[in-house]
Write a protein that binds this ligand. Sequence first.
Ligand SMILES: O=C(O)CCC(=O)C(=O)O
Ligand SMILES: [Fe+2]
Length: 208
Amino acid sequence: MNLFEAHEMTDPAINRLPYDGEVYYHGVIMPKTKADFYLKELLENINWRNDEAVIYGKKIVTKRKVAWYGDQPFSYTYSNTTKYALPWTKALLELKQTIESKADESFNSCLLNLYHSGQEGMAWHSDAETDLKKNGAIGSLSFGAARKFAFKHKKSAEKVEILLEHGSLLIMTGTTQSHWLHRLPPTKKIGAPRVNLTFRTIVAGQNL
Ligand SMILES: O=C(O)CCC(=O)C(=O)O
Ligand SMILES: [Fe+2]
């Protein structure tokens, strides 16, 4: 790979989607020592919980762990369970400020996912909860094992894949959630954990 290609692969100005949405991969946005620090900090100090869902009337508990933080105790309902956002930790506020300046966007909440190994992933979905700001930006920070992230167009089924590296930032915005699904495919090749933070904007006051 020549230098031009290397640059092009993480040029945050390049929209990775061919149509119907906007996805910008900023690549690694912090030194490795800093990313290592945040990975450890988040693994140790986030209030990780197994995700519960009710599917076909049956309660299931996922292996993946989740957490939900925000400016206010926003409620978040999906698969028949409701959770309330916890107040920001110092580390989360620092990360929020870092990506707000990189992305020129502001966020008021964050959903965190902990995948203990490549065996854990997330199935095809779009982030279209009713309380999310319509066409608002979602800032996705990744720490730990580099994992493949995939988009699939809802009509054409066209696919786009991006490798999300340790300390990297991905921005999804515009009409992306209306027209594209995304997923984190499981893989047997990875044994190390990964932490992902998706910073979001909840429409203020709507769900207190
Ligand atoms: O782990 C990821 O990179 C994506 C997580 C995700 O799609 C979500 O939390 O909605
Ligand atoms: Fe998502």
